[in-house]
Design a protein around this ligand. Structure first.
Ligand code: CP3
Length: 331
């Protein structure tokens, strides 16, 4: 059975699946010496805009580890960039948008081409036929955070503006949902098997505001993609899983703070993913953490093993090998 069959079979609850699927968010990136070597010759944006280099970056972890899935090498901020917001990455400082979101009409501009992402998906499809291929996008709220504040952090401007004029915020989040759905559908057409929507900053809003203003956009995306496999990464899922239950995603990916068995009870019918703390990979009890997820799910066959957030750059590659081996050793 290929990794692609194991991963997709799990999403479909195919009883013929052997073992448990495993991949890691940010499995391509700075914890790998070969990625750092690539980055010594190209800026991050050069990589993202070059499909051959994206393919190389995505293949690097597949050469080292027995993973079941690969995710296209790109970024959630390609959508604001295509809207003319001027994306740059400053080393150590994270992303920055030169022209932040101030007026709704900035979202009505014709979108610059994202064909370089779809070409990267198509190339990776050909290069990794045995792996499940994930496309992705930022969720409307997480994109709104970066777009309004122009940089990462506490996002004070985004949080304030969403409350100051709820109607206007809803209109902007709906527009972002349309752009996200369009970008995800194009990745699926280019060869992605499934897509993941990253709501990294979901936990920055209280659950009521989230349910009132953000969940409708998520429902809109899930409806547009109803025929496809979709995973919602919800950081802060512990309080929020009840608030997204009507959005028809295939699965939910939860952070390490979430009570996995509670989330599974609150979202019946959803496949789950994640929940292992990224910090465990820095010298913690990796095998125990994997075993803990197995126990929290009651050994369920509808969970995808992953971290609660991305692999951090300080992670020794050997830890990823141990994580994957621990999943392979599960009954
Ligand atoms: O294997 C993979 O997962 C690679 C593909 C990928 C990247 N970014 C490449 C990347 C994915 C799925 C993302 C998603 C992403 N990007 C999210 C959501 C997931 C999450 O981690 O919460 C967010 C919030 C972003 C925005 C972003 N991109 C930030 C905040 C940063 C700077 C912080 C950091 O880790 O450096 C990035 C840069 C980025 N995106 C890097 C990579 C490999 C590091 C850039 C470098 O090489 O210098």
């Amino acid at each position: 059975m290929t990794g692609r069959q194991r991963f997709l079979g799990t999403l479909h609850r195919d009883p013929a699946v052997e073992g448990h699927p495993v991949w890691l968010m940010r499995q391509a990136g700075r914890f790998l010496p070969e990625y750092r070597e690539l980055r010594s010759r190209h800026s991050f944006m050069e990589l993202v805009h070059n499909p051959a280099l994206c393919t190389e970056a995505a293949l690097q972890p597949l050469r080292r580890f027995d993973l079941d899935a690969t995710i296209v090498f790109s970024d959630i901020l390609v959508i604001p960039d295509a809207l003319g917001m001027g994306l740059s990455f400053t080393p150590g400082d994270g992303p920055r948008l030169a022209n932040p979101l101030r007026e709704q009409r900035q979202l009505e501009r014709p979108l610059g081409s994202l064909d370089y992402v779809y070409e990267a998906v198509a190339q990776l499809r050909g290069a990794a036929p045995g792996h499940a291929l994930l496309g992705f996008a930022g969720a409307p709220w997480t994109l709104y955070c970066y777009m309004v504040d122009g940089e990462g952090g506490e996002f004070p401007l985004a949080r304030q503006s969403i409350r100051a004029d709820e109607l206007r915020a809803r209109a902007m989040l709906d527009r972002l949902a349309d752009l996200v759905a369009h970008h995800l559908l194009a990745q699926l057409r280019a060869g992605a098997d499934a897509v993941q929507v990253f709501d990294t900053w979901a936990g920055r809003l209280d659950a009521d505001t989230y349910a009132r203003l953000v969940t409708p956009g998520l429902e809109r995306i899930a409806d547009r993609l109803a025929e496809h496999d979709t995973i919602l990464f919800l950081r802060g899922a512990d309080q929020l899983s009840r608030r997204v239950g009507k959005a028809r995603f295939t699965g939910v990916s939860v952070d390490a703070g979430a009570d996995l068995s509670a989330v599974r009870r609150e979202l019946p019918g959803w496949v789950t993913q994640g929940n292992v703390a990224s910090e465990v990979m820095l010298g913690g009890d990796i095998e125990g953490a994997v075993r803990g997820v197995f126990e929290a799910t009651g050994g369920a066959r509808d969970h995808v093993y992953n971290l609660g957030h991305g692999v951090v750059p300080a992670t020794p590659p050997e830890s990823v090998a141990r994580f994957v081996n621990a999943v392979r050793a599960l009954p």
